[in-house]
Design a protein around this ligand. Structure first.
Ligand code: ZN
Length: 178
């Protein structure tokens, strides 16, 4: 397994609609494994493939004690509404309250290529929706009011005006103090 580099806000791949996977092969399984490792090292609750520069419909989630891959995920049911703070590994240090359905049912393929259905509420439902948004080129900032989004975007631009690239290396978890 290997750690992948994260694409940050400004990288065009984050705004792309990712392509369907179709059949799960060895390349997809390796991508899933590397994404789990990268998500863990970055202390995320979810990660989508375009965040590591690969525009395919693959995401991983680790929330509320449930850890799973979603390949070609589709939302088949939503219910209710809930508001909570979100952040994103591709937009470090920016957080905002986002309103989304409280409960979601999805269908997706797992790492072995088997189709499954999963129901989620709370943090897990939020992470699932956040990751599926990524696969459609949508960021959590897009759910905010125009004014709030512009405020956070100008803060981001100010803090990142000296960046020479939109790519960030992830440090192995073992190398960091807990
Ligand atoms: Zn994100």
């Amino acid at each position: 397994m290997s750690l992948l580099s994260l694409h940050l806000l400004g990288s065009p791949v984050l705004r792309q609609r990712s392509a369907e996977v179709g059949a799960v092969d060895e390349d997809v399984r390796r991508l899933v494994d590397d994404m789990f490792e990268t998500m863990d090292a970055a202390h995320g609750v979810g990660l989508a493939a375009n965040q590591v520069g690969i525009a395919r419909r693959v995401a991983v989630v680790d929330a509320d004690g449930d850890r799973f891959a979603m390949i070609d995920p589709v939302v088949v049911e939503t219910e209710g509404s809930s508001t909570a703070e979100e952040g994103c590994l591709s937009i470090p240090e920016i957080y905002a309250d986002v309103t989304r359905p409280e409960r979601v049912v999805i269908e997706a393929l797992d790492r072995e290529g088997n189709r499954y259905r999963r129901e989620a509420t709370g943090l897990k439902a939020r992470a699932i929706q956040h990751e599926i948004d990524h696969l459609d080129g949508i960021l959590f900032l897009d759910h905010l009011s125009l004014m709030r989004r512009q405020m956070l975007m100008s803060r981001w631009r100010r803090e990142h005006k000296d960046d020479t690239s939109h790519i960030k290396e992830v440090q192995p978890a073992a190398d960091r103090a807990e």
